[in-house]
Design a protein around this ligand. Sequence first.
Ligand code: SF4
Length: 329
Amino acid sequence: MILSAQSLSHIQSCPRRFLLESDWIVLRIRPKLLFDACLRQGLLDLSNGADAAALAASLKADFLQVAANPGLDLPHGADSYRIAKDWCAMIDTTLRAMAKWQTGKLRVPNPERLNSSSEWRTLSFMDDSAAGMLHRVITVDRWTEDQFSKELHSWYTFGDICVTSKPMTLHVIEIGQTRGGRRSSGWARGWKHPAMRNTKLKFLHKDGSTFQGWTAVYLADHAELDADEWVEQMEREGATDKLTRHLVVDPPAEPVREDTLSQVLQEAARASRMLTERRSIPWSALPMSRAACDGNVPCPFQQVCHQQGAEIYKLGLYILRDKDKLAAE
Ligand code: SF4
């Protein structure tokens, strides 16, 4: 049994979803999840010497490819092309800022053996320092105390730290809220004074005042704007520092760590049992965890789960993860 923070979170939030995720791949994903996956890959590649501009170009191409086929999970009627371009503009700017982070060289850690039948797949990256610090990049609309607690308590942070006994640096990027379908942070949007159109874009007023009366300029709408210059201007004004945080989280005291590992093992046993029994007790035989259906990100299995009698094969929204393996079981 290979467990990770993701599968453990799913089994605890909704056992149905854990089984569905084990067998099915969701074809259309939310743009933020795709963006986060791009930044995760970017963090790894940048730390290993990739050129930020070239890497951003490659990740944007990947993003647009997914946006075109199979498409993004967006509300009906949303302008998918414009939305994808905004996210791509943010790949351009965030990666250029991330290229300056001092993370050391990162790698994907080897799986950690939990016992004779279970392993843990660490989703954070590990640096090459003697301490072997873990690194994880996360994006949030706005960073708050509640958000910090949520991250600290999550299996993505606490699970990886406890299993590896390593500290973690959380790299937080605030990407702003969505307003009028567009992202409201300097990674996507700058401001022009309406009466002084030849001056540079602004991202932050020193006195913290708002840009009321100024004209919003979105990087995605202006092919003539240069992403390097955009980020350099953000840096000059302190906007990149204001929108990023690097927080070190140390491992807990040993009794807490041991207790956490014992909880992980219990869940690994439950996960293993559910997978073994899923022919006789399939996902549809389990109770729905309705409290988990509409969290921060709505569950992508709602179309099959909330429609009595919907046949997952026929919806065109999911594909089997491993057809041969399932047939052989
Ligand atoms: S839609 Fe709700 S009940 Fe169904 S798998 Fe998702 S979280 Fe679970």
